[in-house]
Design a protein around this ligand. Structure first.
Ligand SMILES: [Zn+2]
Length: 119
């Protein structure tokens, strides 16, 4: 799943995955052009704060994650209307550092890959 700072960026990516969407809370449908126009309007009227972002699912559904809360899915992909959409955004693995040798290790790893110290 990818993360975007504006709805327009999310839509520009989503159009590579599918070409029509249903609004999650009504029966409105959007084609590529309609969704791009809506995104431009939305971005200019509702600028995002820095803790919020949009996500695009593998099938092209578009969700909003506001202030690190659960994802609110806005537009469902017509290509996969029953797609299993996650409620939380899984960030890319983060790096932390070994307390003994200082090497970068993937968060969640049990041992340092350099010196073997248990983390
Ligand atoms: Zn180490």
């Amino acid at each position: 799943m990818k993360k975007f700072n504006t709805l327009l960026e999310a839509v520009e990516f989503a159009v590579t995955r599918c070409n029509s969407w249903s609004f999650a809370t009504s029966n409105d449908n959007y084609d590529v052009k309609g969704l791009l126009v809506l995104a431009e309007t939305s971005d200019s009227e509702n600028p995002m704060d820095e803790d919020s972002f949009y996500v695009v699912s593998p099938a092209g559904a578009i969700g909003l994650c506001e202030d690190g809360e659960d994802i609110y899915w806005l537009f469902l992909s017509d290509a996969a209307p029953n797609e299993d959409l996650p409620l939380t955004y899984q960030a890319e693995p983060q790096i932390k550092f070994c307390s003994k040798c200082g090497s970068g290790v993937v968060l969640g790893a049990r041992f340092c890959g350099q010196c073997g110290t248990a983390l």
